[in-house]
Design a protein around this ligand. Structure first.
Ligand code: FAD
Length: 291
């Protein structure tokens, strides 16, 4: 890829809202470190049913105060139309121009009665367009390895298209470690006439047990050989990090060389693993990274 193409590519960093004031202070330090490479934007997750509402707002404000482009996530499950309307208007007032629109997953223990008025992300996208017209660039989620609750890959693809037809501008994928799944998904989308950019989500590997737990919950596959190699490192944290770095670096290289329109890094609120990847990929701004 030439330098001009790299400039147009979207590189974004995802954060989650910390639970404590100390966590927020630590995050502020990592945001400053991550921002030295000037990503296209930072996104901030939102707990389904509004469970992180205030903390998401606080994290979004922190980023805005630093003059950083921010895309808040907004999930509809467990929320009413009025609640969502209120959040959209607050974001509009704050000058936010990009939103990641999701269904979300209800935390266990919240029953069907709390599932809210919008059942799927395509309904949320339609609602955002009805309420705010073209005020927001809308990102939606995509699943190259198929959403865990989807009845089939075909149905999941059709459901993804519903979000695009409802007005989504681009998509971010669930993370995966098999580049072929991403390229096959993009090809399937093209065959269905879906033309929006589908940015691969990439999860750096730093901790095997956390990654395994996460992946089991969200349906992301860790290839058997990778699982086995990671298990072998036991408590050798540096070994896991170096192996994980090389694996994810090779994945990013394949994605970029294969024409992916950018990369969305699931930073897990840490700066070092993402910046190490950024540096070894030679992305713009690498020279600003301090050791
Ligand atoms: P949908 O697109 O609504 O799909 C959910 C399931 O329903 C799929 O199986 C789909 O095939 C099916 N489906 C979709 N539409 C229909 C329809 N009209 N009729 C019948 N079936 C349908 N979760 C959070 O709680 N907060 C976050 O901040 C958050 N951020 C995320 C960011 C990214 C990039 C990704 C990939 C996921 C994120 N998630 C987040 C997780 C996400 O909420 C879950 O994966 C959730 O289970 C599905 O959300 P969705 O928006 O993809 O749902």
């Amino acid at each position: 890829m030439n330098d001009q193409a790299k400039e147009k590519t979207i590189y974004s960093f995802e954060l989650f809202p910390p639970k404590t004031p100390e966590g927020m202070e630590k995050l502020a330090v990592n945001i400053r470190r991550l921002n030295t490479v000037a990503p296209s934007y930072f996104s901030v997750t939102y707990g389904a049913g509004g469970s992180t509402r205030d903390r998401t707002f606080e994290t979004v404000s922190l980023l805005r105060d630093l003059g950083i482009n921010v895309a808040p996530h907004l999930s509809c499950i467990g929320s009413s139309r009025v609640e969502i309307q209120d959040i959209l208007h607050q974001y509009q007032k704050a000058g936010i121009e990009r939103i990641v629109a999701l269904r979300g997953d209800l935390p266990s223990g919240m029953g069907a009665t709390t599932s809210g008025e919008l059942g799927y992300a395509n309904e949320l996208v339609s609602f955002i367009r009805e309420e705010t017209g073209k005020a927001f660039h809308i990102e939606v989620a995509a699943y190259p390895e198929v959403h865990p609750q989807a009845p089939s890959a075909r149905k999941d693809l059709e459901n993804f298209k519903r979000k695009v037809d409802a007005g989504a501008d681009s998509a971010i994928t669930q993370y995966f470690y098999n580049a072929d799944a991403y390229f096959a998904f993009v090809e399937d989308c093209e065959r269905l006439g879906v033309r929006i950019p589908i940015v691969p989500g990439v999860m750096p590997i730093t901790n095997f047990s956390k990654l395994a737990r996460f992946s089991d919950a969200c349906g992301a596959e860790i290839p058997r050989w990778v699982r086995k190699r990671l298990e072998n490192y036991g408590d050798d944290i540096d070994g896991i990090r170096d192996f994980g770095h090389q694996l994810v670096l090779n994945l990013c290289r394949r994605l970029i060389e294969g024409g992916a329109p950018g990369i969305h890094f699931y930073t897990m609120n840490q700066a070092a693993p993402t910046l190490r990847l950024w540096q070894d990929l030679g992305l713009p701004g690498t020279e600003s990274i301090r050791p």
